[in-house]
Design a binder for this molecule. Sequence first.
Ligand code: GLY
Length: 343
Amino acid sequence: MTTFTIKSPFGLSKISIEDNGLQKLGAYIAEHHQEARIAVITDNNVAELYHDKIKSSLPNADIFVVEASEKSKSMKVAEALCEDLLEVGFGRNDVVVGLGGGMVTDLAGFVASVYMRGVPYVVVPTTLLSMIDAAVGGKTGVNLGAKNIIGTFYPAEAVLVDQAFLKTLPERELKTGMAEAIKYAAILDASLEEVLMAKKTDYQPILEKCIGAKVKVCNEDLKEGGLRKVLNFGHTLGHAIEFLSHYKLTHGESISIGIVLANQIAQNLGKQTKAHGDRVVEMLKKYNLPTDLPKGMKLAEVIGMVNRDKKMEGEKVTFILSPKMGQYEMVKLTPNELMKYLK
Ligand code: GLY
């Protein structure tokens, strides 16, 4: 078992990478929340695959299933879940478990953080993306006219990461997680390059390196006042692309294109060599991730969306560049400057 800890004003958030995650969930709850009611929030895909295992790990849990769609990340669904919790008599010491990918963990975390001003929250991520990114570091949220406009910082008290879930993960979901892993390689950990290019099926080194990198950042800056902004590499334009594709492109596919655009900006600012940019593109292509804007999507539309980005400060957005593998640089740019450096 490998463990990491994020310390924050919310207490400790313990992330463990270990086998038999669902079984361990039952044991964790029995040890830490013996008397509590448990509400498992999951989606229909995960429920179909793991219903029996959830029931055998947590026989008395209430299971709430949302549609496996980004559309479920809404205030309407969050409100309905809060109503469901109230209806089953859920109280302040009861525990919400988020079991699923990034959509589920963002939504379940949001519900846990606002229901009765916050109840204990435990996460079992089932996708590579949620294991290495969404479930770690306490960002929760729902969408409102753009990605994650309403949300909270609410780190789960425990994150149980088990790579066995990846065996049932569709190929497209796996590669969407790889885009986040490539992000970590490009800006924080050059040693990931070799691991990712080797394309092995043991995900342990990827999990350890990516979660390790994210934990380090979150321990320094949980609320994204400074350093955590680096995790937005590829995301500022990526989120816009994801939204404009009406979520037909996955998060990872969108940030893959966002990373390529960020590299173009870096090169036009003289802050990245073409060779390094090409290497990152090679990594993205290794996992069949898209590197061009989808047909019909206009760059001007994508940049237009940046104005709605919650990371805008006045006229400018902090934009993350990768000058070398494993290194980052922050620059502040206006949407007009983004356009200029992308033409
Ligand atoms: N996904 C970026 C972050 O957690 O800050």
